[in-house]
Design a protein around this ligand. Structure first.
Ligand code: GTP
Ligand code: MG
Ligand code: NA
Length: 476
Protein backbone atom coordinates (compact mmCIF):
# COMPACT_ATOMS: atom_id res chain seq x y z
CA UNK A 1 0.00 0.00 0.00
CA UNK A 2 1.21 3.52 -0.64
CA UNK A 3 -0.56 4.97 2.39
CA UNK A 4 -1.43 8.17 0.53
CA UNK A 5 -4.88 8.72 1.96
CA UNK A 6 -4.46 6.95 5.24
CA UNK A 7 -4.92 8.77 8.49
CA UNK A 8 -2.07 7.96 10.80
CA UNK A 9 -2.13 8.34 14.57
CA UNK A 10 0.77 9.57 16.68
CA UNK A 11 3.33 6.86 17.38
CA UNK A 12 3.75 5.96 21.05
CA UNK A 13 7.36 6.00 22.11
CA UNK A 14 8.57 4.72 25.47
CA UNK A 15 11.82 6.07 26.94
CA UNK A 16 13.72 3.39 28.84
CA UNK A 17 17.16 3.05 30.38
CA UNK A 18 19.34 2.97 33.45
CA UNK A 19 19.20 5.56 36.24
CA UNK A 20 20.57 8.95 35.21
CA UNK A 21 21.18 8.03 31.57
CA UNK A 22 19.30 11.25 30.78
CA UNK A 23 15.80 10.04 29.84
CA UNK A 24 13.93 12.92 31.45
CA UNK A 25 16.56 15.46 30.47
CA UNK A 26 16.24 14.40 26.81
CA UNK A 27 12.51 15.00 27.00
CA UNK A 28 13.09 18.32 28.73
CA UNK A 29 15.42 19.28 25.93
CA UNK A 30 12.75 18.46 23.35
CA UNK A 31 9.91 20.09 25.32
CA UNK A 32 12.06 23.01 26.48
CA UNK A 33 10.87 22.20 29.98
CA UNK A 34 12.56 21.52 33.28
CA UNK A 35 10.80 18.50 34.73
CA UNK A 36 14.11 16.87 35.71
CA UNK A 37 15.18 19.92 37.74
CA UNK A 38 12.05 19.63 39.85
CA UNK A 39 12.39 15.94 40.66
CA UNK A 40 13.20 14.99 44.27
CA UNK A 41 16.77 13.68 44.32
CA UNK A 42 16.86 14.09 40.53
CA UNK A 43 15.11 10.76 40.07
CA UNK A 44 11.93 9.94 38.19
CA UNK A 45 9.44 8.11 40.41
CA UNK A 46 6.36 8.14 38.24
CA UNK A 47 5.55 7.09 34.71
CA UNK A 48 4.59 10.04 32.53
CA UNK A 49 3.20 10.78 29.11
CA UNK A 50 3.72 13.86 26.96
CA UNK A 51 2.11 14.71 23.64
CA UNK A 52 4.41 16.48 21.22
CA UNK A 53 2.47 18.08 18.35
CA UNK A 54 4.09 17.86 14.95
CA UNK A 55 4.58 21.66 14.76
CA UNK A 56 6.85 21.57 17.79
CA UNK A 57 8.78 18.65 16.44
CA UNK A 58 9.21 20.30 13.07
CA UNK A 59 10.66 23.37 14.73
CA UNK A 60 13.28 21.20 16.45
CA UNK A 61 14.25 19.31 13.32
CA UNK A 62 14.82 22.41 11.19
CA UNK A 63 13.00 20.45 8.55
CA UNK A 64 11.60 22.46 5.67
CA UNK A 65 9.80 19.69 3.83
CA UNK A 66 6.59 19.76 5.86
CA UNK A 67 4.76 17.20 3.76
CA UNK A 68 7.15 14.43 4.65
CA UNK A 69 5.82 14.10 8.19
CA UNK A 70 2.63 12.07 8.05
CA UNK A 71 1.86 11.71 11.76
CA UNK A 72 0.09 14.40 13.81
CA UNK A 73 2.62 14.18 16.64
CA UNK A 74 4.38 11.87 19.00
CA UNK A 75 3.28 10.52 22.36
CA UNK A 76 6.29 9.89 24.60
CA UNK A 77 6.22 7.87 27.80
CA UNK A 78 8.96 8.64 30.32
CA UNK A 79 9.83 5.87 32.78
CA UNK A 80 12.02 5.75 35.92
CA UNK A 81 15.38 4.00 35.71
CA UNK A 82 15.65 2.97 39.36
CA UNK A 83 15.42 -0.71 40.04
CA UNK A 84 12.23 -0.73 42.13
CA UNK A 85 10.19 0.81 39.33
CA UNK A 86 10.28 -2.19 37.00
CA UNK A 87 6.45 -2.18 37.05
CA UNK A 88 6.44 1.17 35.23
CA UNK A 89 9.06 0.04 32.72
CA UNK A 90 6.95 -3.03 32.03
CA UNK A 91 3.81 -0.96 31.49
CA UNK A 92 5.54 1.56 29.27
CA UNK A 93 7.16 -1.06 27.11
CA UNK A 94 3.90 -3.03 26.87
CA UNK A 95 1.92 -0.34 25.17
CA UNK A 96 4.43 1.49 22.99
CA UNK A 97 5.00 1.22 19.26
CA UNK A 98 8.70 1.97 19.54
CA UNK A 99 11.14 2.51 22.39
CA UNK A 100 14.14 4.76 22.84
CA UNK A 101 16.73 3.13 25.06
CA UNK A 102 18.91 5.86 26.51
CA UNK A 103 22.53 4.91 27.18
CA UNK A 104 25.09 7.19 28.80
CA UNK A 105 28.02 7.14 26.34
CA UNK A 106 30.50 7.49 29.20
CA UNK A 107 29.10 4.42 31.00
CA UNK A 108 27.84 2.04 28.34
CA UNK A 109 25.20 -0.60 29.10
CA UNK A 110 24.18 -0.80 32.76
CA UNK A 111 21.88 -3.01 34.82
CA UNK A 112 18.54 -1.43 33.94
CA UNK A 113 19.65 -0.91 30.34
CA UNK A 114 19.93 -4.66 30.07
CA UNK A 115 16.65 -5.18 31.92
CA UNK A 116 15.00 -2.80 29.42
CA UNK A 117 16.53 -4.63 26.45
CA UNK A 118 15.17 -7.91 27.83
CA UNK A 119 11.69 -6.43 28.18
CA UNK A 120 11.76 -5.21 24.59
CA UNK A 121 13.12 -8.48 23.24
CA UNK A 122 10.46 -10.40 25.14
CA UNK A 123 7.68 -8.21 23.76
CA UNK A 124 9.18 -7.92 20.32
CA UNK A 125 9.23 -4.11 20.43
CA UNK A 126 11.60 -2.27 18.13
CA UNK A 127 13.87 0.40 19.57
CA UNK A 128 16.40 3.11 18.87
CA UNK A 129 19.43 3.63 21.10
CA UNK A 130 20.04 7.25 22.11
CA UNK A 131 23.73 7.32 22.98
CA UNK A 132 23.45 10.28 25.27
CA UNK A 133 25.81 12.78 26.92
CA UNK A 134 28.16 13.14 23.93
CA UNK A 135 28.96 16.59 25.31
CA UNK A 136 30.76 14.81 28.16
CA UNK A 137 33.44 13.52 25.78
CA UNK A 138 36.65 15.25 26.77
CA UNK A 139 37.08 18.43 24.75
CA UNK A 140 33.66 18.37 23.07
CA UNK A 141 32.79 21.62 21.29
CA UNK A 142 29.08 22.26 21.66
CA UNK A 143 27.01 22.88 18.54
CA UNK A 144 23.53 23.54 19.93
CA UNK A 145 20.73 21.68 18.18
CA UNK A 146 23.01 20.53 15.35
CA UNK A 147 22.46 17.27 13.50
CA UNK A 148 24.98 14.82 14.91
CA UNK A 149 27.06 14.40 11.74
CA UNK A 150 27.59 18.14 11.58
CA UNK A 151 28.50 18.32 15.28
CA UNK A 152 31.01 15.50 14.91
CA UNK A 153 32.74 17.21 11.99
CA UNK A 154 33.41 20.14 14.31
CA UNK A 155 35.30 18.05 16.85
CA UNK A 156 39.04 17.56 17.26
CA UNK A 157 40.67 14.30 16.23
CA UNK A 158 40.97 13.28 19.88
CA UNK A 159 37.26 13.73 20.48
CA UNK A 160 36.42 11.89 17.30
CA UNK A 161 38.60 8.95 18.25
CA UNK A 162 37.17 8.77 21.79
CA UNK A 163 33.71 8.90 20.24
CA UNK A 164 34.59 6.05 17.88
CA UNK A 165 35.92 3.68 20.52
CA UNK A 166 33.05 4.37 22.88
CA UNK A 167 30.55 3.65 20.11
CA UNK A 168 32.40 0.42 19.28
CA UNK A 169 32.23 -0.60 22.91
CA UNK A 170 28.47 -0.06 23.09
CA UNK A 171 27.97 -1.91 19.79
CA UNK A 172 29.91 -4.84 21.29
CA UNK A 173 27.85 -4.79 24.48
CA UNK A 174 24.63 -4.74 22.47
CA UNK A 175 25.91 -7.66 20.42
CA UNK A 176 26.58 -9.56 23.67
CA UNK A 177 22.92 -8.99 24.51
CA UNK A 178 21.74 -10.32 21.21
CA UNK A 179 21.34 -7.15 19.14
CA UNK A 180 23.17 -6.01 16.04
CA UNK A 181 23.47 -2.25 16.13
CA UNK A 182 25.07 0.55 14.13
CA UNK A 183 25.20 4.34 14.02
CA UNK A 184 22.02 5.16 12.16
CA UNK A 185 23.74 7.19 9.45
CA UNK A 186 26.00 4.23 8.66
CA UNK A 187 23.22 1.66 8.99
CA UNK A 188 22.46 -0.01 5.68
CA UNK A 189 19.84 -2.39 7.07
CA UNK A 190 17.76 -0.08 9.21
CA UNK A 191 14.96 -2.60 9.65
CA UNK A 192 17.18 -5.39 10.97
CA UNK A 193 20.02 -3.55 12.65
CA UNK A 194 19.30 -1.34 15.67
CA UNK A 195 19.87 2.35 15.04
CA UNK A 196 22.15 4.29 17.37
CA UNK A 197 21.69 8.05 17.59
CA UNK A 198 24.33 10.00 19.53
CA UNK A 199 22.69 12.82 21.49
CA UNK A 200 23.23 15.46 24.11
CA UNK A 201 20.30 16.44 26.29
CA UNK A 202 22.23 19.51 27.39
CA UNK A 203 23.41 21.04 24.12
CA UNK A 204 20.90 19.20 21.91
CA UNK A 205 23.27 17.77 19.33
CA UNK A 206 21.54 14.80 17.68
CA UNK A 207 18.07 15.84 18.81
CA UNK A 208 16.97 16.67 15.23
CA UNK A 209 18.21 13.22 14.16
CA UNK A 210 16.33 11.40 16.93
CA UNK A 211 13.09 13.27 16.24
CA UNK A 212 13.31 12.67 12.52
CA UNK A 213 13.78 8.96 13.03
CA UNK A 214 10.72 8.91 15.27
CA UNK A 215 8.36 10.93 13.10
CA UNK A 216 9.54 9.94 9.63
CA UNK A 217 11.27 6.58 9.68
CA UNK A 218 9.08 4.92 12.35
CA UNK A 219 5.78 5.70 10.55
CA UNK A 220 7.32 4.44 7.32
CA UNK A 221 8.17 1.03 8.77
CA UNK A 222 4.91 0.61 10.70
CA UNK A 223 2.32 2.24 8.49
CA UNK A 224 -0.31 -0.44 9.16
CA UNK A 225 0.15 -0.40 12.87
CA UNK A 226 -0.12 3.38 12.99
CA UNK A 227 -3.20 3.61 10.80
CA UNK A 228 -6.00 5.26 12.73
CA UNK A 229 -9.03 3.02 13.25
CA UNK A 230 -12.26 3.64 15.09
CA UNK A 231 -11.97 0.67 17.45
CA UNK A 232 -10.91 1.84 20.86
CA UNK A 233 -7.69 0.43 22.19
CA UNK A 234 -6.90 1.91 25.57
CA UNK A 235 -4.67 0.83 28.48
CA UNK A 236 -4.66 1.94 32.12
CA UNK A 237 -1.28 3.48 32.90
CA UNK A 238 -1.79 4.72 36.43
CA UNK A 239 -4.42 5.25 39.11
CA UNK A 240 -4.38 8.41 41.19
CA UNK A 241 -6.30 10.07 43.95
CA UNK A 242 -6.80 13.66 42.84
CA UNK A 243 -7.94 16.34 45.23
CA UNK A 244 -10.25 17.92 42.66
CA UNK A 245 -11.48 14.94 40.71
CA UNK A 246 -11.34 12.05 43.19
CA UNK A 247 -10.18 8.77 41.71
CA UNK A 248 -8.72 9.34 38.29
CA UNK A 249 -7.28 6.89 35.81
CA UNK A 250 -4.43 7.87 33.52
CA UNK A 251 -4.82 5.94 30.32
CA UNK A 252 -3.02 5.74 27.05
CA UNK A 253 -5.48 5.90 24.19
CA UNK A 254 -3.69 3.83 21.58
CA UNK A 255 -6.37 3.85 18.91
CA UNK A 256 -9.94 5.04 18.38
CA UNK A 257 -11.68 7.88 20.18
CA UNK A 258 -13.09 8.53 23.65
CA UNK A 259 -15.99 10.86 24.43
CA UNK A 260 -17.17 12.46 27.61
CA UNK A 261 -20.07 10.39 28.91
CA UNK A 262 -18.91 7.18 27.20
CA UNK A 263 -19.94 4.01 28.95
CA UNK A 264 -16.83 2.12 29.94
CA UNK A 265 -15.92 -1.16 31.58
CA UNK A 266 -12.96 -0.93 33.93
CA UNK A 267 -11.01 -3.87 35.36
CA UNK A 268 -10.78 -3.92 39.14
CA UNK A 269 -9.66 -6.60 41.57
CA UNK A 270 -13.31 -7.28 42.31
CA UNK A 271 -14.24 -7.72 38.71
CA UNK A 272 -15.45 -5.52 35.87
CA UNK A 273 -17.04 -2.21 36.86
CA UNK A 274 -19.29 -0.47 34.35
CA UNK A 275 -19.39 3.30 34.65
CA UNK A 276 -19.30 6.51 32.59
CA UNK A 277 -16.53 8.93 31.71
CA UNK A 278 -17.28 11.96 33.84
CA UNK A 279 -14.40 14.12 32.72
CA UNK A 280 -12.03 13.63 29.84
CA UNK A 281 -8.84 15.54 30.54
CA UNK A 282 -5.42 16.05 29.02
CA UNK A 283 -2.48 18.20 29.99
CA UNK A 284 -1.58 20.96 27.52
CA UNK A 285 0.64 19.85 24.63
CA UNK A 286 4.30 19.46 25.66
CA UNK A 287 3.24 19.07 29.32
CA UNK A 288 3.45 15.94 31.45
CA UNK A 289 0.27 13.99 32.16
CA UNK A 290 1.60 13.14 35.62
CA UNK A 291 2.31 16.78 36.56
CA UNK A 292 -0.22 18.26 38.92
CA UNK A 293 -1.10 21.12 36.66
CA UNK A 294 -3.92 22.55 34.68
CA UNK A 295 -5.88 20.12 32.56
CA UNK A 296 -7.79 20.73 29.37
CA UNK A 297 -11.36 19.44 29.32
CA UNK A 298 -12.47 17.64 26.19
CA UNK A 299 -15.71 16.40 24.69
CA UNK A 300 -13.90 13.95 22.45
CA UNK A 301 -10.31 12.80 22.00
CA UNK A 302 -8.66 10.81 19.25
CA UNK A 303 -5.69 8.48 19.56
CA UNK A 304 -2.91 8.52 20.32
CA UNK A 305 -3.08 10.50 23.55
CA UNK A 306 -2.30 10.32 27.23
CA UNK A 307 -5.64 10.97 28.95
CA UNK A 308 -6.80 11.49 32.50
CA UNK A 309 -10.28 10.09 33.08
CA UNK A 310 -12.41 10.93 36.07
CA UNK A 311 -15.20 8.50 36.87
CA UNK A 312 -17.78 8.12 39.58
CA UNK A 313 -18.42 5.01 41.61
CA UNK A 314 -15.06 3.37 41.09
CA UNK A 315 -12.37 2.77 43.65
CA UNK A 316 -9.34 1.52 41.81
CA UNK A 317 -8.60 0.09 38.41
CA UNK A 318 -5.79 -2.38 37.81
CA UNK A 319 -2.91 -0.68 36.01
CA UNK A 320 -1.88 -2.35 32.79
CA UNK A 321 -5.36 -3.62 31.93
CA UNK A 322 -7.53 -2.52 29.03
CA UNK A 323 -10.27 0.03 29.41
CA UNK A 324 -13.23 -1.11 27.34
CA UNK A 325 -15.70 1.29 25.74
CA UNK A 326 -19.30 0.19 25.23
CA UNK A 327 -20.81 2.25 22.41
CA UNK A 328 -24.60 2.35 21.95
CA UNK A 329 -25.63 -0.94 20.37
CA UNK A 330 -22.55 -2.78 21.69
CA UNK A 331 -23.02 -5.90 23.77
CA UNK A 332 -22.32 -5.03 27.44
CA UNK A 333 -22.06 -8.67 28.47
CA UNK A 334 -19.37 -9.26 25.91
CA UNK A 335 -17.44 -6.23 27.12
CA UNK A 336 -17.67 -7.47 30.69
CA UNK A 337 -16.52 -10.93 29.67
CA UNK A 338 -13.51 -9.33 27.97
CA UNK A 339 -12.77 -7.45 31.21
CA UNK A 340 -12.95 -10.67 33.24
CA UNK A 341 -10.37 -12.15 30.87
CA UNK A 342 -8.15 -9.07 31.31
CA UNK A 343 -8.33 -9.38 35.08
CA UNK A 344 -7.43 -13.03 35.00
CA UNK A 345 -4.46 -12.27 32.73
CA UNK A 346 -3.31 -9.55 35.11
CA UNK A 347 -3.60 -11.92 38.06
CA UNK A 348 -1.60 -14.62 36.37
CA UNK A 349 1.24 -12.14 35.84
CA UNK A 350 1.61 -11.69 39.57
CA UNK A 351 3.69 -14.29 41.35
CA UNK A 352 1.92 -16.22 44.02
CA UNK A 353 2.85 -14.73 47.35
CA UNK A 354 4.07 -17.33 49.79
CA UNK A 355 3.04 -15.08 52.64
CA UNK A 356 -0.64 -15.72 52.05
CA UNK A 357 -3.68 -13.50 51.93
CA UNK A 358 -4.46 -10.64 54.19
CA UNK A 359 -7.20 -11.16 56.73
CA UNK A 360 -8.07 -7.51 56.56
CA UNK A 361 -9.00 -7.68 52.89
CA UNK A 362 -10.48 -4.21 52.59
CA UNK A 363 -8.79 -1.34 50.81
CA UNK A 364 -6.03 -3.37 49.28
CA UNK A 365 -8.28 -5.86 47.58
CA UNK A 366 -9.74 -3.03 45.56
CA UNK A 367 -6.44 -1.54 44.56
CA UNK A 368 -4.71 -4.10 42.43
CA UNK A 369 -3.20 -7.49 42.45
CA UNK A 370 -0.84 -6.51 45.29
CA UNK A 371 -0.84 -9.12 48.04
CA UNK A 372 -0.55 -8.39 51.72
CA UNK A 373 -0.12 -10.48 54.85
CA UNK A 374 -1.26 -10.50 58.47
CA UNK A 375 1.80 -8.87 59.97
CA UNK A 376 3.39 -5.96 58.18
CA UNK A 377 3.67 -2.24 57.70
CA UNK A 378 1.01 -0.01 56.17
CA UNK A 379 1.97 1.73 52.94
CA UNK A 380 0.17 4.70 51.48
CA UNK A 381 0.94 6.53 48.24
CA UNK A 382 -0.52 8.96 45.74
CA UNK A 383 -0.52 6.50 42.88
CA UNK A 384 -0.71 2.79 42.32
CA UNK A 385 2.63 2.69 40.51
CA UNK A 386 4.56 4.27 43.38
CA UNK A 387 2.74 2.07 45.88
CA UNK A 388 3.91 -0.97 43.93
CA UNK A 389 7.45 0.43 43.73
CA UNK A 390 7.65 0.89 47.51
CA UNK A 391 6.37 -2.62 48.11
CA UNK A 392 8.84 -3.96 45.56
CA UNK A 393 11.69 -2.12 47.27
CA UNK A 394 10.67 -3.43 50.70
CA UNK A 395 10.78 -6.97 49.32
CA UNK A 396 14.33 -6.67 48.04
CA UNK A 397 15.79 -5.55 51.36
CA UNK A 398 17.76 -7.97 53.49
CA UNK A 399 15.39 -7.09 56.33
CA UNK A 400 12.51 -8.34 54.17
CA UNK A 401 9.74 -6.14 55.49
CA UNK A 402 6.24 -7.46 54.85
CA UNK A 403 3.27 -5.28 53.97
CA UNK A 404 0.13 -5.60 56.06
CA UNK A 405 -2.04 -3.11 54.25
CA UNK A 406 -2.03 -0.24 51.81
CA UNK A 407 -4.13 2.50 50.37
CA UNK A 408 -4.10 5.36 47.87
CA UNK A 409 -4.60 9.05 48.66
CA UNK A 410 -4.30 11.13 51.85
CA UNK A 411 -3.73 9.35 55.16
CA UNK A 412 -6.99 9.46 57.11
CA UNK A 413 -7.87 8.38 60.61
CA UNK A 414 -9.13 5.02 59.27
CA UNK A 415 -5.71 4.26 57.85
CA UNK A 416 -4.10 4.85 61.22
CA UNK A 417 -6.78 2.69 62.82
CA UNK A 418 -5.76 -0.17 60.55
CA UNK A 419 -2.09 0.33 61.37
CA UNK A 420 -2.85 0.20 65.12
CA UNK A 421 -3.73 -3.48 64.70
CA UNK A 422 0.02 -4.16 64.57
CA UNK A 423 0.61 -2.66 68.01
CA UNK A 424 -0.53 -5.93 69.57
CA UNK A 425 0.73 -8.28 66.86
CA UNK A 426 4.12 -6.93 65.92
CA UNK A 427 4.79 -3.52 67.35
CA UNK A 428 7.71 -2.62 65.07
CA UNK A 429 5.33 -2.80 62.10
CA UNK A 430 2.85 -0.37 63.63
CA UNK A 431 3.89 2.24 61.11
CA UNK A 432 2.63 4.04 58.02
CA UNK A 433 4.99 4.69 55.14
CA UNK A 434 3.42 7.66 53.38
CA UNK A 435 4.64 8.79 49.99
CA UNK A 436 3.44 11.84 48.09
CA UNK A 437 0.29 12.15 50.18
CA UNK A 438 -1.06 14.46 52.83
CA UNK A 439 -1.54 13.24 56.36
CA UNK A 440 -4.80 14.62 57.79
CA UNK A 441 -4.53 16.34 61.21
CA UNK A 442 -6.86 13.80 62.90
CA UNK A 443 -4.69 11.03 61.51
CA UNK A 444 -1.58 12.65 63.01
CA UNK A 445 -3.34 13.02 66.35
CA UNK A 446 -4.46 9.42 66.46
CA UNK A 447 -1.01 8.20 65.46
CA UNK A 448 0.62 10.22 68.22
CA UNK A 449 -1.90 8.99 70.78
CA UNK A 450 -1.75 5.35 69.82
CA UNK A 451 1.95 5.02 69.07
CA UNK A 452 1.73 4.38 65.31
CA UNK A 453 4.76 5.94 63.60
CA UNK A 454 4.26 7.85 60.38
CA UNK A 455 7.21 8.06 57.97
CA UNK A 456 7.38 10.48 55.07
CA UNK A 457 10.04 11.37 52.48
CA UNK A 458 10.39 12.76 48.99
CA UNK A 459 11.83 9.65 47.43
CA UNK A 460 10.72 6.07 47.92
CA UNK A 461 14.30 5.14 48.79
CA UNK A 462 14.59 7.71 51.58
CA UNK A 463 11.17 6.69 52.84
CA UNK A 464 12.11 3.05 53.13
CA UNK A 465 15.56 3.94 54.55
CA UNK A 466 14.09 6.02 57.34
CA UNK A 467 11.82 3.15 58.27
CA UNK A 468 14.57 0.52 58.19
CA UNK A 469 16.82 2.79 60.30
CA UNK A 470 14.02 2.86 62.82
CA UNK A 471 13.69 -0.94 62.80
CA UNK A 472 17.46 -1.37 63.20
CA UNK A 473 17.46 0.99 66.19
CA UNK A 474 14.66 -1.02 67.80
CA UNK A 475 16.69 -4.19 67.36
CA UNK A 476 19.79 -2.73 68.98
P1 GTP B 1 16.00 8.47 36.21
O1 GTP B 1 14.69 8.99 35.80
O2 GTP B 1 16.26 8.72 37.65
O3 GTP B 1 16.19 7.05 35.85
O4 GTP B 1 17.16 9.30 35.42
P2 GTP B 1 17.08 9.83 33.91
O5 GTP B 1 17.53 8.79 32.97
O6 GTP B 1 15.78 10.47 33.64
O7 GTP B 1 18.25 10.93 33.90
P3 GTP B 1 18.07 12.49 34.18
O8 GTP B 1 17.34 13.14 33.07
O9 GTP B 1 17.55 12.63 35.54
O10 GTP B 1 19.58 12.99 34.11
C1 GTP B 1 20.52 12.56 35.07
C2 GTP B 1 21.64 13.56 35.18
O11 GTP B 1 22.41 13.57 34.00
C3 GTP B 1 21.16 15.00 35.39
O12 GTP B 1 22.03 15.64 36.25
C4 GTP B 1 21.24 15.59 34.01
O13 GTP B 1 21.44 16.97 34.02
C5 GTP B 1 22.45 14.86 33.43
N1 GTP B 1 22.35 14.71 31.98
C6 GTP B 1 21.36 14.13 31.29
N2 GTP B 1 21.62 14.16 29.98
C7 GTP B 1 22.80 14.76 29.83
C8 GTP B 1 23.61 15.10 28.71
O14 GTP B 1 23.29 14.83 27.56
N3 GTP B 1 24.79 15.73 28.97
C9 GTP B 1 25.20 16.03 30.22
N4 GTP B 1 26.38 16.65 30.36
N5 GTP B 1 24.47 15.75 31.29
C10 GTP B 1 23.28 15.12 31.11
MG1 MG C 1 14.05 10.46 34.68
NA1 NA D 1 17.78 10.91 37.24
Amino acid sequence: SNGVDRELRAPICCILGHVDAGKTKLLDCIRRSNVQGGEAGGITQQIGATYLPVENIRERTSLKAVATIKVPGLLVIDTPGHQSFSNMRLRGSSLCDIAVVVVDITRGLEKQTIESLDLLKHRNVGFIVALNKVDRLHGWKTCPNAPIAKALKNQSEDVQSEFKWRVTEVVTQLKENGFNAALYYENKKMKEVVNIVPTSAVSAEGIPDLLLLLVRWVPEIMMDRLTYVNNVECTVLEVNEDKDFGTTIDVVLINGALSKGDRIVVCTKQGPVTTNIRYLLTPYPMKELKAKGVYKHHEELKAAQGVKIAVRGLRHAIAGTALIVVKPGDDLERAEAAAVQEISNANSLINEDERGESDDGTAIQEISTIKTCKEGVYVQASSLGTLEAIIEHLKTLSLDIPVGGCNLGPVHKQDVMKATAMLKRKEEYAAILAFGVKVMPEAFDLAAESGVKIFMAHTVYKLVDSFTDHIKKLKE
